[in-house]
Design a protein around this ligand. Structure first.
Ligand code: HEM
Ligand SMILES: Nc1nc2c(c(=O)[nH]1)N[C@H]1C(S)=C(S)[C@@H](COP(=O)(O)O)O[C@H]1N2
Ligand SMILES: [Mo]
Length: 380
């Protein structure tokens, strides 16, 4: 059996672990995490800003879909942090390779790696800080995080293509066909990989409880611990922050616009058929929690205003300003029997912070679109 020599670390770095095998083994996990982040991130974007042809066809099921995908987005992003650190540690001696540039091709390759590293650090850093709603930068998070996500994935594809021969030789312990072993895995490499795995496990276990309720007790760093908050549910934007007051709600009526517009008082709404439904609230920032909602169906409200079975609706909040004051839902959401106007939460009347007198709860839908303090529904 022949050993494929790993490219040797440059002079001055004796550690055998700064080699192609370590870079590949950690790289494939990091790559997987980045691809998971990218796919779930793009999905989150599409659910919030669907192209016109998709508006009425967005899947409203499974009802836990967004909880899973956005939970995965933030969990794989957090897991990528120790992976990226380990990967950078494995390859950093190459920063000191001499001569720094051997050819135009080599220069371009190094440039693409610089983009890859910068974009990777940027995505993980902005994403993580966003989950704490901390924005210490002068640009708006969502579009920039989104654009750099494409840049990162492009640079990653290029990187994998350029490194393919090395990746192929080191991807498995045994290169198929040639029956050669890449640089053997000794106890030192196993220890390093075990330490990286422990790091990933630790950051995952102490944060994933924000979305996986069963792991809630282990949750240390999640910004919105699922068991904090009134009525057993966290609050992202309080009524005070949205300037919705008890006083501004006196004389509240729900108006429903359509071919046969009407409005209802809270008593009249309570007199309608009430259902008890358990559905999760899944915030874009990665926390989610299931709750028991007392509801009337949005579909029934729209039908009564003369809405036909193939229309969507617009939801308008009483909130005076704010990015989530108005939301639109396409046909698939408007017709889903689990798209609800909730009046109660976990057996109590909805509290002001959770959207009293009425809020939207719909299946497979980002938290930002679960409009609170609803004042009007419009058949579209
Ligand atoms: C590793 C690479 C990552 C990529 C490629 C990526 C990509 C994306 C994309 C494409 C979006 C959709 C933005 C839009 O709606 O237009 C997104 C959203 C988001 N990402 Fe990431 N992301 C990454 C890492 C992270 C990390 C590490 C975190 C947090 C720990 C994170 C947190 C978020 C959050 C909270 C949103 C939702 C923003 C909102 O809609 O308000 N991301 N991401
Ligand atoms: N009108 C209005 N509705 C809103 C928001 C808002 O800012 N304004 N925030 C949304 C966000 S980001 C989330 S995660 C959920 C939080 O609901 P909760 O406070 O009941 O947990 O409400 C959503 N509904
Ligand atoms: Mo949210």
């Amino acid at each position: 059996m022949r050993l494929i020599p790993s490219p040797r670390p440059p002079i001055g770095f004796k550690g055998r672990l700064h080699d192609a095998r370590t870079a590949t083994v950690i790289g494939r996990w990091l790559g997987l995490a980045v691809v998971a982040c990218f796919a779930t991130g793009v999905l989150s974007h599409v659910l919030q800003h669907p192209p016109v042809w998709l508006v009425d066809r967005l899947p409203s099921r499974p009802h836990w879909g967004y909880r899973l995908t956005q939970g995965l987005h933030v969990a794989s992003g957090i897991a990528a942090i120790p992976l990226l650190l380990a990967k950078l540690w494995a390859v950093y001696p190459r920063l000191f390779a001499w001569p720094p540039v051997r050819s135009v091709r080599h220069a371009l390759e190094r440039l693409s790696v610089a983009v890859l590293v910068a974009a990777g650090i940027f995505e993980l850093f902005t994403g993580l800080l966003n989950t704490f709603q901390w924005y210490p930068w002068p640009f708006s998070f969502v579009p920039v995080h989104h654009a750099v996500g494409w840049l990162l994935v492009g640079a990653l594809l290029l990187h994998v293509a350029v490194q393919w021969p090395v990746i192929r030789d080191h991807f498995t312990r045994r290169s198929p066909g040639t029956l050669t072993l890449p640089a053997a895995d000794g106890p030192d490499r196993r220890q390093l990989l075990a330490a990286v795995a422990a790091g990933v496990g630790a950051v995952t276990l102490t944060t994933v409880g924000q979305s996986v309720t069963a792991l809630g007790p282990l949750e240390l760093f999640g910004p919105r611990s699922p068991d904090h908050g009134p009525q057993g549910l966290p609050v992202n934007r309080t009524a005070a922050a949205a300037r919705v007051t008890e006083a501004s709600l006196t004389g509240w009526r729900l108006s429903v616009d359509g071919p046969r517009p009407y409005s209802l008082t809270l008593e009249e709404l309570h007199a309608m058929a009430q259902h008890e439904v358990t559905l999760p609230l899944a915030c874009v920032e990665g926390w989610s929690k299931s709750a028991r909602w007392t509801v009337v169906r949005v579909r029934d409200l729209l039908d009564r205003a003369g809405g036909s079975p193939d229309v969507g609706c617009r939801v308008v909040s009483l909130e005076a300003a704010g990015a989530y004051r108005v939301t639109d839902m396409g046909r698939s959401y408007a017709r889903d029997p689990l798209t609800l106007l909730a009046l109660g939460l976990n057996g109590e009347v909805l509290s002001l912070d959770h959207g009293y007198p009425a809020r939207i709860i719909a299946p497979n839908r980002p938290g930002v679109l679960q409009t609170k303090w609803v004042g009007r529904l419009e058949v579209r």
